[in-house]
Design a protein around this ligand. Structure first.
Ligand code: ITT
Length: 185
């Protein structure tokens, strides 16, 4: 299947393409500025995005991906505001908020929205639990990857290979569900 990936984030494009390719799906990036509504869940942001893009007659099938990092000691902040926090205070600012906090439990969540040619919408959710570390480590990946260690590992997402990250990541898990769903069509 030829699938359009509607995102401005090249890190996501790399990961989504890497996952889709072995299943015979061709993915291409479409950079369409989709407004992000103020909502309290990633699911609501994705629902709005799918409808908005469908109204703009974006070529189907297409995928959107909304992700965020949820830090338990900060009452799950920044969550849906992860992009804003990354662009403003950045990773150093997040680590500063975490100073003196021993509970580093954090999870990444990803919601993938798929719009098919028949106009049906589908959502796939993936989560990855882990811990925030105290300083950035590694050069791979993007976004919050340098400060997050997934459960069962001693390396950050940035220190893992793309294959290793995708095997356990929020996006990898959501995409596994999407690929299984496409196989049943
Ligand atoms: P879109 O155009 O797809 O919306 P975005 O970068 O705005 O791209 P999100 O709102 O989904 O994407 O991401 C929120 C923030 O979380 C943003 O700063 C991302 O860089 C970061 N992020 C998303 N997925 C990530 C991942 O797998 N690893 C590390 N950071 C991630």
């Amino acid at each position: 299947m030829n699938i359009n990936l509607v995102t401005s984030n090249s890190g996501k494009v790399e990961e989504l393409t890497y996952i889709l390719k072995p299943f015979g799906h061709n993915a291409s990036q479409l950079k369409v500025e989709c407004p992000e509504i103020q909502a309290s869940t990633l699911e609501a942001v994705v629902d709005f995005g799918l409808d908005w893009l469908a109204a703009k007659k974006i070529q189907t099938p297409f995928i959107i991906d909304d992700a965020g990092i949820f830090i338990e000691a900060l009452q799950n902040f920044p969550g849906v505001y992860s992009r804003y926090v990354y662009d403003t205070i950045g990773l150093q600012g997040v680590l500063k908020q975490m100073e003196g906090l021993e509970d580093r439990s954090t999870s990444f969540k990803c919601v993938i929205g798929l719009m098919l040619e028949d106009g049906t919408k589908h959502k796939f959710v993936g989560e990855c639990k882990g811990d925030l570390i105290y300083e950035k480590r590694g050069t791979g990946g993007f976004g919050y990857d340098p400060i997050f260690i997934p459960e069962g590992y001693d390396k950050t997402f940035s220190e893992l290979s793309p294959k290793e990250k995708n095997a356990v990541s929020h996006r990898g898990r959501a995409m596994k569900k999407l690929v299984d769903f496409l196989a049943e069509l």
